[in-house]
Design a binder for this molecule. Structure first.
Ligand SMILES: NC(=O)c1ccc[n+]([C@@H]2O[C@H](COP(=O)([O-])OP(=O)(O)OC[C@H]3O[C@@H](n4cnc5c(N)ncnc54)[C@H](O)[C@@H]3O)[C@@H](O)[C@H]2O)c1
Length: 132
C-alpha cells in the first residue's frame, strides 16, 4: 500500500480497512478520522469524550464509524478498545495514536498493535519502544 503523501492527493484506497484513531472526538483526531473515512476505512473513534459527532459526520458522508469510550493512559482501556474495534468491524489494520502522548499504552509495530510493555524502572511506557 502506498504511503500517505504530503499534499494529500494520493491517499490510498482504504476500502475494507479498519482504522482506530485515539482522541477522535475533536481536533486533529477528528480530522484524521474523517480523512481516513473519506479514503474508505471504517473508523473506530476512541476518546475519553463521546465521539458521537465524529461518527455522525462520517456516517453522513457515507462512511462507517463506531465510537468507543477509552482512555489511552489505561492499559486495560486500550485492550478493551482494540477488542471493541475487532468486535465492530472484524479486524484492525491501522492505529493512529493521536491522543495521550507519552501516557499512551498504544504501540505500533510491523502489522501488530498491542499495549506497550512498561520498561523496567520506567513509570511510563516509552513512545519509541517497538516490538515485533
Ligand atoms: N494542535 C496542535 O498544534 C498540536 C501540536 C503538537 C502536538 N499536538 C498533540 O496532538 C494531539 C491532538 O491535538 P489536538 O489539538 O487535536 O487536541 P484536542 O485537545 O483538540 O483533542 C484531543 C482529544 O484527545 C482526547 N483525549 C485526551 N486525553 C485522552 C486520553 N487519555 N485517552 C483518550 N482520549 C484522550 C480529548 O478528549 C480530545 O477529544 C495531542 O496529543 C496534542 O498534544 C497538537
Amino acid at each position: 500500500m502506498a504511503p500517505l503523501s504530503a499534499g494529500n492527493s494520493t491517499v490510498p484506497d482504504l476500502s475494507g480497512r479498519v482504522a482506530l484513531v485515539t482522541g477522535a472526538a475533536r481536533g486533529i483526531g477528528r480530522s484524521i478520522s474523517e480523512v481516513l473515512a473519506d479514503a474508505g476505512a471504517a473508523i473506530v473513534a476512541v476518546d475519553i469524550l463521546e465521539a458521537v459527532e465524529t461518527v455522525a459526520a462520517i456516517e453522513q458522508g457515507g462512511g462507517h464509524a463506531h465510537a468507543v469510550a477509552g482512555d489511552v493512559s489505561s492499559r486495560a482501556s486500550v485492550g478493551q478498545a482494540v477488542a471493541r474495534a475487532v468486535d465492530a468491524f472484524g479486524r484492525l489494520d491501522i492505529v493512529v495514536n493521536n491522543a495521550g502522548g507519552r501516557r499512551s499504552w498504544f504501540q505500533m509495530s510491523s502489522g501488530a498493535v498491542g499495549p506497550i510493555a512498561r520498561p523496567q524502572g520506567s513509570r511510563r511506557p516509552s513512545r519509541k519502544q517497538v516490538s515485533t
